[in-house]
Design a protein around this ligand. Sequence first.
Ligand SMILES: Nc1ncnc2c1ncn2[C@@H]1O[C@H](COP(=O)(O)OP(=O)(O)OP(=O)(O)O)[C@@H](O)[C@H]1O
Length: 615
Amino acid sequence: MSRHGQASRYQMRRNARRMRRYGIQPMATVNDLDIPPLAIVGISRLAWRYRSELAPLTIAASILLTGMIMRRWSPEWWPAVLISTIAITSALAIGGRWVNLPRPIERGYATVTTAFAGTWLTLAAYLGPFTPPLPAVLSAGAFVLAVPWWTHRRRRARVRVERTLAAWPDIAQAVGLTGSRIQSAIVDLWGYRVRLRLGRGQTVEDAIRQMPALESALGTRRGAIRIQPVPALANRADVRVIEKDPHADAIPWPGPSITSVKQPVKLGVFEDGSSVRVSLRRRHGLFGGIAGAGKSGGVNVLLGDLTACPDVIIWGIDLKRGMELMPWASCLDRLATTPQAADTLLADAVAILDARADHLAQQGLRVWDPRPDAPALIILVDEYAELIEEAPGAERYADSIARRGRAPAVTLVAATQRPSQRAMGKGAVRSQMDIRLSFRVREQRDVDLILGQGMLKAGWHAHRLDAPGKFLISAPEHDVPRRARTFLLDDEGVQRTAERHAPSRPQLDAVSAAALETRADAREPLRAPEGVSESIAGTSPRHARSNAPEDAEGALIAALAAAPEAGASVADLMTATGMGKRWVYYRVRALVDQGRAVQVARGHWRAAPRSATGS
Ligand SMILES: Nc1ncnc2c1ncn2[C@@H]1O[C@H](COP(=O)(O)OP(=O)(O)OP(=O)(O)O)[C@@H](O)[C@H]1O
């Protein structure tokens, strides 16, 4: 055969292959005899192409068929089907998040669908699948449950991406990456990610050069594609397609992402939609930025994750009278809201650090491995600059923790509005901060104060961040400036999360508790000056969340009931409850409104006569 004949035959085969891929039949092959098989092939292709949309129908048909088979051959199995249904439904409701059902609504849907299918099958096996009203119930149920499936955003996105990528061989040829293949694709909230196996001799650099062509071939907007190498393999590339700007709107907090402080916390989302994960294990952290830049939001997200971990104890220092950290009080082991109390708290932390270091040395160990019975201790300081100004003694302790706290797992996370030279430039604290988050700063020089010398020049432009919650992160695993945004955890979210996590907070380990006892024995308890909020740390060197709001409420009611004729003062009530002035005022006013307390003089209250012995 001539060379030309071979080429055209090859061309015809290639065209036929292409037409088949798109479900088009070559006209030349159509004759009367071919029509039925062609119709079957065409319908099968359509069914395969729209398999996701047809899934509810397919599943309903399979359930009907299973019901028929069971009724015919094993009707006595109905109790087993019922028990399996209950077991699977409960497992989905409780553990659905571990089988790719992260949102409660998705878990709810999976649970209801499974319960419906299992119950119907049980009845079908027991009564027969065609016993009225079972056929009608199956049809109606399948239709009702199909609606959320058809409208589900993630499913539709996955199908759309699958269809786009089905044409990859042609796309690859068009952009000069012939021979490359798609190994896997993951669809997420912001777009999709593809692992590419490059053709023989192709490199990631070839793919990066073809990025504009790839954007055109995939029909994305300009600049929507990022390509990264896969360090372990030179012939692989990760292609990220960003369809929706992750930072366009606030990103709701998706719930805790960790169950141990040893796992990296998830603070937010980078511009390319990937998660900002950073390990806090034996590391100090610094959150800096101007007022309103979103530091407290970042601290809330951090606390949302940390309070979910049974192997970390959290202490807080909040010199804004507890305004930021008080909502987390039920999850914090201690909370200091005055400079004196902060001083005591940090001194206690140093005592724990020393005791743990001694214990490690005695045991011949190098580091404290956090466990629920030997938790890490993280001290969260809101407004670190204020602390250093108002409690100069605290600086020494903070310095000591910053220098020596890593091995015994006693670490600091400081947030500050003013990364002043005084607070940040002196001592070891800033230089020991392994993780630094810079939210928006006003002055360019603040970038270097928060992130470190030379960072502004190196492109870390935190002064250009343009919305609250946006930040740059510098940490061992994040060494290039990439814009990120924290999740948004609103006040109700904080309250709900704190309530959920409070019951499973751990106790301090024996070594640390003994160190605090020793310190308590060697010290006079501090007295709160009149009108000053005595923090938990100030009233007692050891506080085991008994002063969390629920318990504080009980202590308040008891103190009002035990108050003398002249009533209890705010200071008395603050001492009794361990809570701040604002909290006491707020709660006493609520009790007065409920008729459970009365004001007997200016600034003095006692329980209303009828509730004095009551709750
Ligand atoms: N990730 C975010 N996404 C959207 N909005 C946010 C985000 N973080 C914070 N905000 C908004 O910005 C406001 C200020 O945030 P935040 O209180 O955390 O700032 P801040 O830096 O702690 O300020 P301050 O130092 O005064 O406490 C919040 O009320 C919230 O509406």
